[in-house]
Write a protein that binds this ligand. Structure first.
Ligand code: GDP
Length: 281
């Protein structure tokens, strides 16, 4: 995934989503359950404005379940209905239609009151930052492989609707929005979870962030994974310890810090340290 989000591209993405919003009744805002705040688009409230919206905490299978529950309560307190889902296996996905129906009930009741006997299907648009799982969810909802995984922004084609049962129609192309770039910590979280490419930030910096986070929030899992009796305060010593234990060595037997960084990030992204949540309340 190589999307360069220059101001011009952001404006275009916003325009494209705004156009699509005219066609739909409800927005499914997809975020990464491991980073439900950091993976939101910074202008989402402004862009979506008055459309009903459901927040979908995707990849919940990779997130810390207790923390996910806290986030769902947090959003509920802000009148935002959030559902934890796993688009890959389908867990939670059925709930989307139920919640959408509930949200749109007043609108459809109004239509019926005006004499429309059979309400049409609800029309929905999935929006989210790259790699959050938009195509995977579209495929899951469609029940077959329609949307290709990996998307090309800026390619215009006719909008098509994907039928999800009788009650829901989904625009076949999701709305792709940019992540938050301004905050350095957000950038590290996006990189740690694989939402942005490793080449955007310095790999060792990302691994330093990730290791410090693990030391603070998941010390036992860090110790267990790398067979550490304690976690050294000094991050360089921690890199050395992990590198020596896991054979991340350069010529001459010195620890190769890039290799350590790659190993740690790969371990995190492949759940070798279990289910992790990087945004905390
Ligand atoms: P998009 O860019 O938003 O369309 O994201 P994709 O649908 O291409 O998904 C990005 C990556 O995340 C792919 O490797 C998917 O297999 C993976 N993915 C998507 N949803 C889930 C999920 O719920 N759980 C897990 N574990 N992986 C997911």
């Amino acid at each position: 995934m190589t999307i360069q989000w220059f101001p011009g591209h952001m404006a275009k993405a916003k325009r494209e989503v705004t156009e699509k919003l005219k066609l739909i009744d409800i927005v499914f805002e997809l975020v990464d359950a491991r980073i439900p705040m950091s993976s939101r688009n910074p202008l989402i409230d402004e862009i979506v404005a008055n459309k009903p919206r459901i927040m979908l905490l995707n990849k919940a299978d990779m997130a810390d379940p207790d923390v996910t529950k806290q986030w769902i309560d947090f959003f509920a307190a802000q009148q935002i209905e959030a559902i934890a889902i796993d688009s890959q296996s389908g867990t939670g996905v059925k709930q989307i239609v139920t919640v959408a129906k509930e949200k749109l009930r007043p609108k459809f009741e109004k239509m019926m009151a005006k004499g429309i006997k059979r309400p049409r299907a609800m029309r929905a648009l999935i929006v989210g930052i790259p790699n959050v799982g938009k195509s995977t969810l579209i495929n899951r909802l469609a029940g077959k492989h329609i949307a290709k995984t990996g998307d090309t922004p800026g390619v215009t084609k006719a909008q098509q609707w994907i039928k999800v049962g009788k009650e829901l129609e989904l625009l076949d192309t999701p709305g792709i929005l940019w992540p938050k770039f301004e905050d350095e910590e957000v950038g590290f979280k996006l990189a740690t979870t694989g939402a942005i490419k490793d080449t955007i930030l310095n790999l060792q910096d990302v691994a330093v962030y990730a290791l410090r986070f693990l030391a603070a929030h998941y010390p036992d899992r860090l110790k267990e994974r790398y067979a550490l009796s304690d976690i050294p305060e000094d991050i360089v010593v921690l890199f050395d310890e992990i590198g020596k234990r896991r054979g991340c060595l350069a010529a001459g037997g010195v620890v190769d810090y890039d290799k350590v960084a790659e190993l740690v990030l790969r371990d995190i992204r492949t759940e070798k340290l279990g289910r992790l949540s990087f945004d905390r309340l």
